[in-house]
Design a binder for this molecule. Structure first.
Ligand code: 5GP
Ligand code: MN
Length: 344
């Protein structure tokens, strides 16, 4: 049996709105990952099955390894179709905000979403949500928003409307946000849910292959280059850093998604518990952080790069030169030394 996480009164409120409103928009965070796309498409399939008119809108494009997902091709990318996206948001009666906890995480979509008079429901697992929605279903203790979507559907008593495509999307999000069940994945209920998804007919091995075994040759060579040439270890801080310049991205014909997972790799080294990946984007510097154990990457990201996230996975941005971002990172290490070197 699945334990109850979402309060009954929130389920009742959400059910009323889902019942009442037909025109629904789902939005998720910038640079959408497997959980963002997985939870959004899962809810899309579920609500469509209920007969609703539903649109998924994302701020910018998402990686090729998620394009196989059922109905991924129907997702509206705001960066490419801003007028259409704005019109859909203006017309929406109900907006679901999935896998993000603050308006700035949806970039330019924040303006129409905040202005909209539609009822808004957040379903998310990032700590400390901004209270900009009418209903905030926030569970940082749950490892993926996709799992929350499963729980949400079950608790409404509408498990029969959870179709195979919906189940595939839920599984994808649960799998990607736990590194294929290698972190944040000790909760037994995860495996109960996987059992239910298998009963819906998912092929979990095929999903793993579609997500993790579809790298381009360039991506694989870039990985080799990065590990051999670009990884710096700070043994006294049990920390690793990888920095990638625009020039290097061009050299390896970088595409969105190609560097996904790079930040996790140094954590495989004995005695590295904190890994940082700094990458030059067109107009900003993007920082990704991962840790093992108790080191709070979200504190580091918040303090140094005005970012945030989870304990073990966070990110932030820097507007300025790449060298400056690296210097900021290096200068902050001493301040975190006691946390980094605390024995587990
Ligand atoms: P990633 O390293 O995969 O881009 O992001 C990991 C996690 O860090 C995301 O799930 C998100 O919670 C958080 N995150 C990434 N970038 C940012 C950012 O710029 N600001 C904030 N607040 N959180 C971020
Ligand atoms: Mn997530």
């Amino acid at each position: 049996m699945l334990n109850k996480i979402i309060p009954e009164q929130q389920i009742q409120q959400a059910m009323k709105w889902v019942d009442k409103y037909d025109n629904i928009v789902i939005v998720t965070h910038i640079c959408p990952d497997g959980d963002a796309i997985g939870s959004s498409l899962a809810l899309y399939h579920f609500l469509s099955e209920l007969g609703k008119s539903v649109n998924v809108i994302v701020p910018n494009n998402f990686p090729a390894f998620l394009k196989w997902m059922p109905s991924a091709k129907d997702i509206i990318i705001n960066e490419w179709k801003e007028n259409e996206a704005t019109e859909l948001i203006n017309a929406a009666e109900l907006i679901f905000c999935l896998d993000f906890n603050a308006p700035k995480r949806i970039d330019r979509l924040a303006t129409p979403v905040l202005r909209s008079s539609a009822k808004k429901i957040m379903i998310d697992h990032h700590p400390a949500p901004d209270l900009f929605c009418d209903l905030t279903i926030s569970h940082p203790e749950i490892s993926s928003t996709s799992e929350l979507i499963f729980r949400f559907i079950c608790r409404m008593g509408l498990f029969d409307y959870l179709t195979l495509p919906c189940a595939e999307c839920i599984y994808t999000g649960m799998m990607t946000d736990t590194g294929a069940f290698t972190f944040n994945s000790n909760d037994q209920h995860i495996y109960y849910i996987i059992g239910e998804l298998l009963e819906k007919g998912i092929d979990k091995d095929a999903i793993y292959n579609k997500v993790f075994h579809t790298y381009s040759e360039n991506r694989m060579r870039l990985q080799g280059y990065v590990l051999y040439e670009k990884m710096k270890i700070y043994p006294e801080y049990r920390t690793a850093l990888i920095v990638l310049t625009k020039e290097e991205e061009h050299r390896f014909q970088w595409k969105r998604g190609d560097t996904e997972g790079f930040v996790n790799m140094p954590l495989s080294i004995e005695n590295v518990i904190f890994s940082v990946f700094i990458r030059e984007e067109e107009s900003l510097i993007k920082v990704s952080m991962r840790s093992q154990g108790d080191f709070p990457t979200n504190q580091f990201a918040g303090k140094v790069f005005s970012g945030g996230g989870h304990l073990n996975a966070s990110g932030g941005e820097y507007h300025g030169a790449l060298d400056e971002a690296v210097a900021l990172f290096e200068n902050a290490l001493p301040e975190f030394k006691s946390l980094l070197t605390a024995e587990k």
